[in-house]
Structure formats: structure tokens, C-alpha cells
Design a binder for this molecule. Structure first.
Ligand code: 4AD
Ligand code: MG
Length: 465
């Protein structure tokens, strides 16, 4: 083959006029092949965009026999002249002069033959599903959203703060941690009390994978002012739902000197920014997903961007639910931890808008939230979204040393003096929240199941690849 610089399909389709009439070099995977006895049309995709470029092979110039390995899934290197396309839906195509097959994909074995495989089937071949249009679209949107997260916070002067993945504390106190150990499980060293002797373990104490970077994030915020974390988070909840993963990514901003109202303002601005960024930068992918999975997707995204979120105290929310006359599966009363059906009623049926629910009973929230003057509720804020339910959980933090120490003692939390030191030395009002990254991607892509918005999902009884 000649020495011609490779062009990506995205570049080629974005500026066809720059290439028409020139020799081009493209590389990618065959999506489909069709044609007749004179000519073959190959749809080639290289992952840079959802769109394919059409390769036209004229059998009078290149023998049909030379295309015997050009089947769905095979990888190709193509050179030829870019010409204006007659076909509808495309502006440019390539008249092949030379084709090299990098790797064959035996049609008898390659599982992605036909279009329209079910998402369930694709989950079973998650190692190949990034090659489908659907997962290509989702993964490009995932990338764009990750980039938007960093851009949003960087532009606001927040610092990206790296919190540990292995930790000896339980931020959410929900006991849903994966333990990290190098002790031999079939021959555990036991202490005098008959329990495992963790002083012999790798870290000399019991350790786990983190359920949240918040506590360490607070150490960062009370030094750098405004920080955010963005990293993997692990929860061993046995929740087989379309909203839960055992390994997910969370974004946790933490801000010194922010009260709860500023925390809510930031959360709302942040989510709207991310959605707008995706709409501006992932138009083709979002339109593809809208067409195939969710006709109202673009409308719903615009609606969220263009409307204020409702801000509602928990007590009011419970009253609305009680007066709704609706038969819920789980009972509603003041003090209950709301179920997803309750959250969705408020968002989808009552307000028809995202809702930020605040001031929850202290019993159902984590120890670090600031107690209100009523002594019963804490300055929590959960952002509830249509179709998703809770997308963000956050709060203003208890900054009073005495009150926080008492709450921790009540809950039997020990060995966290390092955390209490933030309140002992130069304590300040501060707030933060956590956004579940995959729940945001679910919302933006319109997908139904959280297992379909992360390349390799982890959930109970599944740890493939
Ligand atoms: O509400 P959560 O548990 O809050 C925290 O962890 C706080 N420490 C955050 C903070 O204030 N810095 O979790 C935050 C968000 C949830 O709203 C949800 O979007 C997501 O993380 N999340 C999950 N996403 C996928 N799978 C799971 N198992 C999740 N658990 C929580
Ligand atoms: Mg929560």
C-alpha cells in the first residue's frame, strides 16, 4: 500500500469537501456488506463516530474473490479515492483501490452478525458489545460526560482530589463494604476471643474498598477550599436492581464555606451543565439512542435543562405522598426511608420535574450530616430524577466538634480521630454531595438498565472479564 496518512471516519464525514477527489486511507471494522455481481458496498466503522463510511468495490477493478474475507466484524485497511456519494444519508464514499484484511471474523462464529440483538444477549457477550452501535454510542457519551465533569469543576476553580480506594473507615455506615485481606481464608489466624486477628493482616488492621471518598474529601476541602473526587466506588449491597452496581463511579465535590442552599445550587448547575454538554457534543449518538430506545429522550433532556428543580422538605414530601390517595407497595409515614416508588411519584406524577428533597429525619441519614435546630432532621439533600429516582445524595456537614463526636459515639464509630480533627482545628461550615456517574449516564442515554452504561458491570454473581 502507498504511504498515505490515515483519516478517521469522523474527520472524513465532518469535512467531506476537504477530501473529495483525493486519495484517502481508512481503517476499521466491517459492519455490513451488500451488493450485486458487479459491485460491493462495505459499511466500515472505526469507533470514532456512530456513522459508517461506505466503501465501494468495483469488481472490474478488484476481483470479487479478493473480498472473500470481507465479512461482518473483519478489520480492514482501505485506500482509494474519496468521491461525492449518490446514496442517501451520506455525503462521501470511498472508491476502493486497495483493501488489506487485517483480521478475519469467521461468519460461522462471530456473534454480532445481525442487527437488533437484545440488550440481555449483549450483556452475555459484554467483551464484544462495545462494537455495536448502541454500546459505541453509550461509551462515547460516557466519555463526554466524564470530560464535562472535569471541565465543569476545573473552570470553577475546584481541585481534583484523589481519595483512597482502600480504606479502614465506613463513610456511609451501611455495612456494605467489600473486605480487602491477604489473610488465608482457610486458615485464619484467630485472637483470644476466637475472632480473626487482623493485626496479622496486610495493613495490620481490617481494611475495605471504599464506599465513598467523602470523609477524605472533607480533609481536602478544609485545606484547598473546593475539591472534587471522581473515582470508582464499591458497595456490597445485594441489590439486583436496574439502578445498582457493585462497582460504580462517583463524583463527590466538597466545599468549605458552602451552606446547604449553595450546595443545592451547585448540584443543579452541575447536572444541567453535564446534560447540556452531552447534547452539544454527542448529538449523533443521542439521536441514535432516542430513535432506537426512547423517543422522548431529547425532549426530556431539554426539559431538565430548562426548568428549575423543585426544592422540598422531606416532611412536606411525606405529606404529599400521604394525601395522594395512591396505593404504594411500601407504606409511607414520617420517618420512613422513601422507596423508589415514592420518589418517582413525587417527581413523575406530582411535580413532573426533578425534586431536591431536603431535611430528612436524622435516623435515616448518615452520621456526618448537620443537625437542624429542630433536633429531629438533618440538612440532607437528595436530588430525585424522572426514571432514575435518586441521582445525587448530599448534605451540609456537622461542623460542631461536640455534636459530631456525640453522633459518632451513638453509632459506635471509633478510631476516626483524624476525621474529628477537621472539627477540632479551624472547623468551618461546609457541604458536599455525591453524584452516581452511571445514573447520570442512564438519564442522558435513556437506557433502562445500569448494567448497560458501564463497559464491564459488576453485580451479585457476576464478575466476568
Ligand atoms: O447517597 P450516597 O450513598 O451518598 C454518599 O455516598 C455520600 N458520601 C455522598 C457525599 O455527600 N459526598 O451515594 C451518592 C450517589 C447516589 O445518589 C447514587 O446516585 C449513587 O451514588 N449510588 C449508586 N450508583 C450505582 N450503584 C450503587 N450501588 C449506588 N449507590 C449509590
Ligand atoms: Mg443516598
Amino acid at each position: 500500500m502507498q504511504q498515505i496518512k490515515r483519516t478517521t471516519v469522523k474527520t472524513l464525514l465532518a469535512e467531506p469537501d476537504k477530501f473529495i477527489g483525493k486519495e484517502v486511507d481508512v481503517k476499521g471494522w466491517v459492519r455490513t456488506r451488500r451488493g450485486n455481481k458487479n459491485v460491493a458496498f462495505i459499511a466500515l466503522n472505526d469507533g470514532t463516530t456512530i456513522k459508517n463510511v461506505q466503501i465501494v468495490v468495483d469488481f472490474s477493478k478488484m476481483p470479487e474473490e479478493s473480498l472473500k474475507d470481507v465479512t461482518t466484524g473483519a478489520s480492514l485497511h482501505v485506500q482509494g479515492e474519496a468521491v461525492a456519494s449518490q446514496g442517501k444519508g451520506q455525503s462521501i464514499e470511498i472508491q476502493a483501490a486497495e483493501i488489506e484484511v487485517y483480521g478475519k471474523a469467521d461468519p460461522a462464529e462471530y456473534p454480532l452478525q445481525k442487527k437488533g440483538h437484545s440488550l440481555e444477549f449483549l450483556r452475555e457477550i459484554a467483551h464484544l458489545r462495545p462494537r455495536t452501535n448502541t454500546f459505541g454510542a453509550v461509551l462515547r457519551i460516557r466519555h463526554a460526560l466524564a470530560f464535562a465533569v472535569h471541565k465543569f469543576f476545573n473552570d470553577k476553580g475546584f481541585y481534583y482530589f484523589h481519595t483512597p480506594l482502600i480504606t479502614a473507615s465506613d463513610c456511609e455506615g451501611a455495612g456494605a463494604q467489600f473486605q480487602v485481606t491477604t489473610l488465608p481464608l482457610d486458615q485464619l489466624p484467630l485472637g483470644e476471643d476466637g475472632k480473626p486477628d487482623y493485626s496479622k493482616d496486610f495493613f495490620g488492621k481490617m481494611a475495605s474498598l471504599t464506599v465513598s471518598g467523602q470523609l477524605e474529601g472533607e480533609l481536602g476541602a478544609t485545606a484547598l477550599g473546593c475539591i472534587y473526587t471522581f473515582g470508582p466506588t464499591f458497595r456490597a449491597e445485594n441489590s439486583n436492581t436496574p439502578r445498582h452496581l457493585s462497582e460504580f463511579w462517583m463524583i463527590e465535590p466538597e466545599m468549605a464555606f458552602y451552606e446547604i442552599e449553595e450546595n443545592m445550587d451547585l448540584a443543579e448547575e452541575f447536572i444541567k451543565y453535564c446534560i447540556s454538554y452531552a447534547l452539544e457534543n454527542c448529538r449523533d449518538d443521542i439521536e441514535f439512542l432516542a430513535e432506537h430506545f426512547d423517543k422522548e429522550l431529547v425532549e426530556r433532556l431539554n426539559f431538565v435543562i430548562n426548568n428549575d428543580f423543585v426544592r422540598l422538605p422531606y416532611t412536606e414530601g411525606v405529606r404529599i405522598l400521604e394525601e395522594s390517595g395512591k396505593k404504594f407497595e411500601f407504606p409511607v409515614y414520617w420517618g420512613v426511608d422513601l422507596a423508589s416508588e415514592h420518589e418517582r411519584y413525587l417527581v413523575e406524577e406530582h411535580f413532573k420535574k426533578p425534586v431536591i428533597l431536603t431535611d430528612y429525619p436524622k435516623e435515616i441519614k448518615a452520621f456526618y450530616m448537620k443537625l437542624n435546630d429542630d433536633g429531629k432532621t438533618v440538612r440532607a439533600m437528595d436530588v430525585l430524577f424522572p426514571k432514575i429516582g435518586e441521582i445525587i445524595g448530599g448534605s451540609q456537614r456537622e461542623e460542631d466538634y461536640g455534636k459530631l463526636r456525640q453522633r459518632m459515639a451513638d453509632q459506635g464509630l471509633e478510631g476516626m480521630d483524624w476525621y474529628l480533627d477537621t472539627r477540632k482545628f479551624g472547623s468551618v461550615p461546609h457541604s458536599g454531595f455525591g453524584l452516581g456517574f452511571e445514573r447520570l449516564i442512564l438519564f442522558v442515554t435513556g437506557m433502562q438498565n445500569i448494567r448497560d452504561v458501564i463497559p464491564f458491570p459488576r453485580y451479585p454473581n457476576n464478575c466476568e472479564f
